[in-house]
Design a protein around this ligand. Structure first.
Ligand code: 5GP
Length: 188
């Protein structure tokens, strides 16, 4: 998506270790106008698909997910990164964090992810696909079907895309970073 690509080139910053910092418009400060355009693009791509629920993972997936959910008039559930004592019927999965380089347990209530659900999963980045693997695990536990996954940004030099293709998961990224070598941002 051209608008997102231009914004990444204008305001994105490259960090050692293959990290793209988009703190000024996605991950910390957020640009609601850009976010709404990204959500409209999600609707353009997925609006006719048999999706009845949007699932995301806290925190940075929530903004694009809720705007997409609003436009598609669908419920939005976010997977939690801390396990509340009060959660009923908790489903959990272990995820390795790329940016923090540690494992953590994510959870969702089986009250909000059920065998009746056909899920569109939305997140900010696809890197090695660890968060996506956790979501696949949770949906399998719940008996929910993943209709598709959508990421704002895919880093194609990492292996999340390969994993999702081999697992037969239909996914889309609104912008694809092909290289961050020498701290230079290259997009597809
Ligand atoms: P994965 O689970 O696909 O390995 O990594 C995706 C998750 O790690 C995303 O939810 C995102 O929060 C974080 N992440 C991965 N790579 C980057 C990056 O280059 N920049 C930022 N800001 N977050 C990233």
């Amino acid at each position: 998506m051209e608008l997102l690509k231009q914004r990444i080139l204008q305001d994105g910053k490259c960090y050692p270790g293959g990290i793209l910092k988009v703190d000024s418009f996605i991950n910390h400060q957020m640009d609601p106008n850009l976010m709404m355009e990204l959500a409209r693009e999600m609707v353009r791509i997925f609006g006719r698909r048999p999706i009845n629920k949007i699932v995301t993972i806290e925190a940075s997936g929530i903004a694009p997910a809720i705007l997409t959910g609003y436009l598609m008039q669908l419920p939005v559930v976010f997977i939690k990164k801390k396990q509340p004592k009060t959660m009923d019927r908790m489903l959990s999965a272990v995820v390795h964090s790329f940016t923090k380089d540690r494992d953590y347990t994510v959870c969702i209530s089986a009250d909000f992810l059920t065998p009746a659900d056909r899920v569109l999963f939305i997140d900010d980045f696809l890197a090695n696909g660890n968060a996506a693997k956790g979501v696949i695990d949770l949906c399998a536990q719940a008996g929910a079907k993943i209709e598709a996954m959508a990421f704002l940004i895919e880093k194609a030099f990492q292996h999340g895309g390969d994993y999702l293709r081999s697992a037969g998961v239909d996914y889309t990224a609104l912008a694809t970073v092909t290289s961050l070598d020498d701290c230079k941002i290259e997009l597809e």
